[in-house]
Design a protein around this ligand. Sequence first.
Ligand SMILES: [Ca+2]
Ligand SMILES: [Ca+2]
Length: 154
Amino acid sequence: MRLARLPLVCVSLIIALLGCARGPAPIATYDRNHDGRIDEWVYRLSDSKTEEAFDTNADGKVDLVRIYDNGTLVKIEQDRNYDGRIDLVREYRDGHLSRVVRDDNFDGKPETIETYRKGQLAMVEHDSVGDGAVDSVDYYENGRLVRTERRRQR
Ligand SMILES: [Ca+2]
Ligand SMILES: [Ca+2]
């Protein structure tokens, strides 16, 4: 009889996933609104990266996350309708906004991705049906829409 063997890579992946699910312990917690419940958690993600997570509406769920690299803001994640799912992600590079991922209809699937160059809007990718495939791309120059490219649906 042969024993079924899990490939080592699978095993280490499972361990990694379990590690992620449990999450690291916060290095600091705060009760900013003084209601007796924690509403800010600070995590160390790596040697250079830290994360601040906030519960801004006091429902016990994190709805705002800020990630810093060497003290510089690199990413903001927001749950604007407080359903427990992130619906707006803003990424920063060299202090400038570089990318915005929006789920404006709050279905859990982002339908707009904005790309910025030096803080100025350069490209907007649309996934209007929410199937994960980009169906049109708007290009901007000096803040003005100059071209729209449509992609054929698969
Ligand atoms: Ca909340
Ligand atoms: Ca949400």
